[in-house]
Design a protein around this ligand. Sequence first.
Ligand code: PAF
Length: 283
Amino acid sequence: MKILHTLKELREELNQARKANHKIGLVPTMGNLHEGHLRLVDRARESNSFTVATIFVNPLQFGENEDFDSYPRTLEKDSSLLAARNCDVLFAPNIFEVYPGGLKAESTVHVPDITKHHCGASREKHFDGVATIVTKLFNMVQPDQAIFGEKDFQQLMVIRKLTNDLCFPIEIVGVPTCREPSGLALSSRNGYLNEEEHLRASKLFAVLQQTKKALESNEDIVVARQQAISSLTENGFKLDYLNIASVDTLLPAKDADKEIVILAAVFLGATRLIDNIRVSLTD
Ligand code: PAF
């Protein structure tokens, strides 16, 4: 696997790959990789002949009081993990390579509407940061396919929308969330949890599963949501949000909606965890 740090090197490498008729798959990450990320690489390799993973902790998507400074930077370990999964190129640019004009002076990408709720409501500007970096990475790599985890469900929807709206000829692939045996979704932020919090964290997915069952048994959406909020609070989570939404619009689900997603963000101590579960209701 080649490890590249500059856009010039990346473009040279990709020109060669395109000349050799490779189909290019992109896996954008912020590093501190776990099995969930590595599955994205596996998925990229299934339908592409050349896989590029990127590692860049993007300051633009962190709020002022968030964990940008403490976000783990583990490039050496990450590159061994990627090499072991037969990734072809790791692109790990520095900030000047990505934002040469300076963070405050450059153009940004804003995706309207679906960014207003859920994580967008509590993390102002987060999705502008995500949309901007993903757009830049799409232009830098020009992949045929880009792979993202479904754990960040709203992010995936935002990326699908921007790809469509801005006419990127890129297929967006979502990969199911990778979980610990306890049900806890793998996340780079799980490393912030102490032992007791780690054990308790698995309750988040348990509550999502219970809520899914309740909806499948025709429980009223408002009641199911209230029960989920109570269970989370009883289990010691501080709630950011728990919302039951239509998959297509991410707006609050209505009785007629059949494809639903339950989205949650909670705090355990200072650690913010997110997760979601899909529900398909039949008549
Ligand atoms: O999901 C992430 O790790 C990040 O939001 C992404 C998509 C790599 C953009 O920085």
